[in-house]
Design a protein around this ligand. Structure first.
Ligand SMILES: Nc1ncnc2c1ncn2[C@@H]1O[C@H](COP(=O)(O)OP(=O)(O)OP(=O)(O)O)[C@@H](O)[C@H]1O
Length: 453
């Protein structure tokens, strides 16, 4: 296989023999020469594709389409019935909760066992053990049997291991990377670094927005057919996937039923032949704001320390709840530990996948002020803006203090996820959010013929 490829899959299929009754299995063993007591079920059939090194590939498909089956075969935990799979490099996967862990063993024992399965020697694991534990951040539970872990702890430990085994290929199911927002951000930072370093990523997701954002190409699986996977550009396949979802006869049937139950309201009121509805979205966009995390994960040269950050009202009160559209002040404060020339404070709002939505800094506005801070000075910057209307979910804000100019600067203190924002309610479920002050109007441009009651 050319080393240009990380994975090459040719004609791969996985067949399960389905027995309708338990005793049919026994009959098959005893009398199977003359008669077959099972049905063949192809979870994956005749799949071929190749993934180049360094690519990020989305794995999409409806529930039961065969994603896990295919990926388990790539990881080597399941044997294909047909075809061949070549993998060039070390594969580490986060596919199934608790997979690869022995529930009776402690977290520590499982780390050693898992690392060994992934190709690390005992000495290599010894050298990385402290980092693995720090990444997982599960405290004393590391000495407890894994069967006592919450699902969140299990994901933490599993991700910590795969992040430290020098994998060439990572297989991650997005559904497992959810839970604690700060841990998710840490995982996404690791994944972004892994991609930058040229790692190959297979990313299973049901969120087409995410796939289009982070993947160049995608593999779409679908149940049935002579060949049940196709590979293509991420955007084209995501569109195709959405087409398929909405082309579902069951959905059409449900809508037909709704039609038969509800008379269209325009027809009930014959005076409303032409109607205008005007309104703003009825549900308030409410944000819950976490306290400032001074001890959040951070880095920097140490010439300054961020001492506080948060949303404040005009009278100085710290907000713990906010509403989309509300005018707010985000204040970030720092202490200079040394003299600083051209210092700048910055804030970055990120979505759950660690992608920047908005960033702002004092550098642009204060560039011409040629600011200099002295050691021991405390300085706060306030960013006033109208809170955007974001879709429901968890967001975080990084805060940072840098010194220098746009191209040539150093970071003195950068805190990842210093504040967590959770949009707990709101009118927007899909997409990033909605513009502020949106009004929705519906007009019937064609006169609707009068309907007799
Ligand atoms: N051991 C098994 N025996 C029989 N059928 C199986 C077995 N494992 C999986 N299947 C079937 O194979 C099909 C593909 O399953 P798979 O878990 O790979 O789908 P998936 O795309 O990962 O689904 P999801 O998105 O729900 O996780 C399903 O119909 C499933 O019921």
């Amino acid at each position: 296989m050319s080393s240009e490829f990380a994975i090459k899959v040719e004609g791969v299929g996985k067949n399960y023999q389905i027995y309708d009754k338990p005793h049919h299995r026994l009959w098959q063993m005893l009398r199977g020469v003359r008669k077959t007591y099972y049905r063949d079920f192809w979870a994956v059939k005749n799949v071929s594709f190749s993934v180049r090194r360094g690519d990020t590939v989305g794995i999409i498909g409806r529930n039961g389409a065969g994603k896990s089956t295919l990926l388990q075969m790539i990881c080597g935990t399941l044997t294909p019935t047909t075809g061949s799979i070549e993998v060039n490099g070390r594969v580490a996967a986060l596919l199934e909760l608790g997979a690869g862990f022995n529930p009776e063993f402690t977290g520590r024992e499982n780390v050693y066992m898992n690392s060994a399965v992934l190709g690390l020697s005992r000495e290599e694991t010894d050298a990385r053990f402290a980092d693995i534990i720090a990444f997982a951040d599960i405290g004393d539970f590391i000495g407890q049997p894994v069967k006592t872990y919450s699902s969140g702890m299990m994901v933490r430990l599993a991700f910590a291991v795969i992040a430290h085994v020098d994998a060439d290929i990572l297989v991650v199911d997005e559904a497992l990377a959810v839970g604690d927002a700060f841990f998710t951000q840490k995982c996404m930072r690791f994944i972004q670094q892994f991609q930058k370093n040229g790692g190959t990523l297979l990313f299973v997701s049901h969120d087409m927005g995410t796939v289009m954002n982070i993947c160049q190409s995608a593999i779409m699986l679908f149940a049935g057919g002579q060949r049940n996977a196709i590979m293509g550009a991420a955007e084209a396949l995501c569109k195709e996937y959405l087409n398929q979802i909405y082309d579902d006869p069951e959905r059409h049937q449900q809508v037909e039923q709704q039609r038969s139950l509800h008379e269209p309201w325009v027809q009930r009121d014959s005076t409303k032949v032409q109607t205008v509805l005007t309104g703003i979205a009825p549900e308030k966009n409410v944000y819950a704001i976490s306290p400032f995390r001074a001890d959040g994960e951070s880095f920097g040269a140490g010439g300054a320390t961020i001492t506080d950050a948060g949303f404040f009202a005009e009278d100085g009160e710290r907000f713990t709840m906010l509403e989309g559209g509300q005018t707010v002040r985000f204040r970030v404060c720092m202490r200079a530990n040394q003299a600083l020339t051209y210092p700048a404070l910055g804030i970055m709002l990120k979505d759950r996948l660690g992608q920047y939505l908005y960033t702002a800094g004092t550098d642009e506005s204060f560039r011409h002020h040629r600011l200099v801070f002295q050691a021991g000075e405390n300085i706060c910057a306030t960013f006033q803006f109208d809170m955007p209307i974001l879709s429901r979910g968890v967001y975080t804000i990084n805060v940072a203090v840098a010194e220098g100019t746009g191209d040539a600067h150093i970071q003195h203190h950068w805190i990842h996820d210093a504040i967590k924002l959770e949009v707990v309610s709101g009118p927007v479920v899909h997409g990033l959010g909605s513009p502020l002050n949106m009004e929705i109007t519906m007009e019937f441009l064609q006169p609707v013929s009068e309907v007799t009651a």
